[in-house]
Design a protein around this ligand. Structure first.
Ligand SMILES: [Mg+2]
Length: 429
């Protein structure tokens, strides 16, 4: 059981965790930001600009993108392929066998162990930002590879490599650390101009809950990979201009998941200019820092709590950046904020039709199982139940529960018990 009242420290990711977006609007904007760059600068077809919801290409169930072949895979927990798609086309059994002997994907054990992305080999699409990339990559591959699915000639492979390079250039352009300040990212400019279109104000219940936690002696931290200036903008809009008072320490530009594994130094953030200043060896309570590493953060949390092993619970929406590394490398309790759970009739802000279209797909099937093997048999389901302590529809849902409530957790014997308020049928049927 997980009881938040008995934790010493609670940490929060920002995007899609503490600060929520209008999912269809944000997905479309993210998609358009990258697609426009590719159409304008790299001269790809204008059909990339079609809205995400025009085709059933999005899916929230942790598909693997196999970079070597450019194929999207839905896998079971033992690495067997249930469905696969190249471009806009689902592969036949014969085509699957051509790429994957025995219908098995060779790298699944790495994913099972928690390595969800190796840029040259594969990438698990595990969070809301990835949803827009799924659509774009599928259309791109269709344009570049066309019907040359099986008989790849060297020219086609070269085209595919160049396409991936162009895609990565467009991504880097949109998320470059200077792009918010310089006004060069279509994504940041649109959010700056119309925050009410893309961002949701943080519910009063969440702000009261955070204040109560602080009042009850809990240590709170924010840990986001967003850049300092964008974090200031989003947090101010969602939680109000005094948002920093809620946190004992703030870390932005954290470069998760590397934050949890590497020893990159922290830098102090100038809270006036939001620029990064000198490296620091030791964190101080009340500070705002960028980059850094989990070991130094742990030293601060031990200092503040006066405990050699403080009990830490961390909330995040990304398996790859938040949930897996925090659990795997630091044994933190992890609360997976899973928008798909908002389909449950006891959740808050139940999913509307457009959101359902982004997160679920009749073509790919249920997110947590593969038809032949029963509940929680998909690789995605296996990762969720192995690395999340619990999964919840939103931070607001947790904030509205009784503070002394104990949440049932995922365990090997009861691998669906960690879903709250429960596991919706659509996850498995
Ligand atoms: Mg996030």
């Amino acid at each position: 059981m997980l009881q938040l009242a008995s934790c010493d420290v609670l940490g929060f990711d920002m995007d899609h965790t503490l600060c929520c977006y209008d999912l269809p609007a944000q997905t479309e904007l993210c998609h358009q930001a990258i697609a426009k760059h590719m159409v304008n600068d790299s001269k790809y077809s204008e059909n990339l600009l079609l809205p995400v919801l025009d085709e059933d290409l999005a899916y929230g169930g942790g598909l693997i993108f196999d970079v070597r072949h450019g194929i999207l895979l839905k896998l079971d927990k033992d690495g067997y392929i249930e469905h696969s798609r190249l471009g806009l086309k689902f592969l036949t059994d014969k085509e699957i066998a051509h790429f994957y002997p025995n219908r098995k994907w060779d790298l699944f054990e790495q994913v099972q162990e928690g390595c969800l992305s190796v840029p040259s080999l594969y990438h698990m699409n595990d969070n809301n930002f990835d949803i827009s990339y799924l659509t774009l990559l599928s259309r791109l591959k269709e344009n570049v590879l066309g019907d040359k699915v099986i008989d790849r000639c060297p020219n086609t492979l070269q085209d595919y490599k160049e396409m991936l390079q162009d895609f990565n250039i467009a991504l880097n352009h949109s998320w470059h650390p200077d792009s918010y300040e310089k006004g060069t990212s279509h994504f940041f400019e649109a959010v700056k101009k119309n925050p009410e279109k893309y961002l949701k104000k943080c519910p009063t219940a969440v702000k009261l809950w955070l204040n109560d936690l602080k009042g009850n002696g809990k240590v709170l931290f924010l840990l986001t990979s967003s850049h300092c200036d964008y974090a200031q903008f989003v947090m101010s809009y969602c939680l109000g201009h005094d948002w920093r008072n809620l946190f004992d320490v703030v870390i932005s530009k954290a470069k998760k998941p590397r934050f949890f594994m590497e020893t990159h130094p922290f830098r102090k953030v100038d809270t006036e200019t939001l620029r990064e200043k000198e490296n620091v060896n030791k964190l101080e309570k009340g500070g705002w820092y960028s980059q850094g590493n989990c070991k130094d953060l742990m030293d601060l949390l031990k200092d503040i709590t006066g405990k050699p092993c403080p009990k830490i619970t961390y909330f995040g929406d990304s398996l790859r950046s938040d949930i897996v590394p925090a659990k795997k490398h630091w044994s933190w309790n992890t609360v997976y904020v899973m928008d798909a759970l908002r389909i449950h009739d006891q959740a808050i802000n139940i999913l509307h039709d457009d959101e359902k279209s982004l997160l679920f797909s009749d073509l790919w099937g249920p997110i947590l199982n593969c038809q032949k093997n029963g509940p929680m048999s998909s690789l995605f389901g296996c990762i969720v139940s192995s690395f999340a302590t619990i999964a919840v529809p939103s931070v607001e849902y947790v904030a509205l529960q009784n503070s002394s409530l104990s949440f049932s957790t995922f365990s090997h014997a009861q691998c669906t018990n960690g879903f709250h308020p429960g596991m919706p049928d659509i996850f498995c049927k």
